[in-house]
Design a protein around this ligand. Structure first.
Ligand SMILES: Cc1cc2nc3c(=O)[nH]c(=O)nc-3n(C[C@H](O)[C@H](O)[C@H](O)COP(=O)(O)O)c2cc1C
Length: 175
């Protein structure tokens, strides 16, 4: 019987979705059947053998659909310990990663029923030209400092792949 792992993600401008798909590709490479879905499209958590949750940080918070997902599925989390990955830092600086971890831990702590197997912080993708609404509104403010932040994409695809393969090993070991 094939092992299925759900990768459910929230995203605003698409970079977390791309990381979720890359993790799905790692799982597939390791012989696991991935289901990569936006959180809004996940109806049940009871089928898959394991669950991975992904979300980006926006001013220290996860997108609203993460909260809605946690409330909608709260009854199953006593039996599920999901792996969690969070996108945020725009620079490869330890302080930025520590800050993102603190922000993510604070967000996850809002859900007393959630007991993650692991929390992984990945660097994010930032481009002022691609800001999601409502943040895009700041572009209308002349000389706003955020307009000067250079675009960056520090997603570490090798680390993302390795993280997915590590989860695959653990899931197969537990099966
Ligand atoms: C307006 C704005 C606010 C952000 N706030 C944070 C933050 O508080 N902490 C952090 O680590 N990253 C922050 N980021 C970086 C995003 O998490 C990063 O760009 C991520 O890759 C976006 O994911 P998405 O493309 O899936 O929406 C912010 C980005 C934007 C555009």
């Amino acid at each position: 019987m094939p092992i299925t792992v759900l990768v459910a993600y929230a995203t605003r401008s698409g970079s977390t979705a791309e990381v979720a798909k890359a993790i799905g590709a790692s799982l597939r490479e390791a012989g696991i059947t991935p289901q990569v879905r936006p959180m809004r499209q996940v109806e049940s958590l009871q089928g898959p053998g394991a669950v991975i949750l992904g979300a980006p940080l926006y001013i220290g918070r996860f997108p609203r659909e993460f909260h809605q997902f946690m409330v909608r599925h709260h009854h199953v989390f006593a039996a599920i310990h999901p792996w969690c990955f969070v996108l945020g830092p725009a620079r490869v600086e330890a302080a930025d990663f520590e800050m993102a971890r603190k922000q993510a831990e604070k967000q996850l702590a809002r859900y007393r029923w959630l007991h993650p197997a692991e929390l992984q912080i990945f660097g994010g993708k930032y481009d002022v030209k691609n800001l999601p609404y409502p943040y895009s509104l700041v572009l209308r403010i002349p000389f706003f400092p955020v307009n000067k932040i250079p675009p960056s994409d520090i997603r570490d695809w090798a680390a993302i792949k390795e993280w997915g393969l590590g989860i695959a090993r653990q899931v197969k070991h537990a099966a």
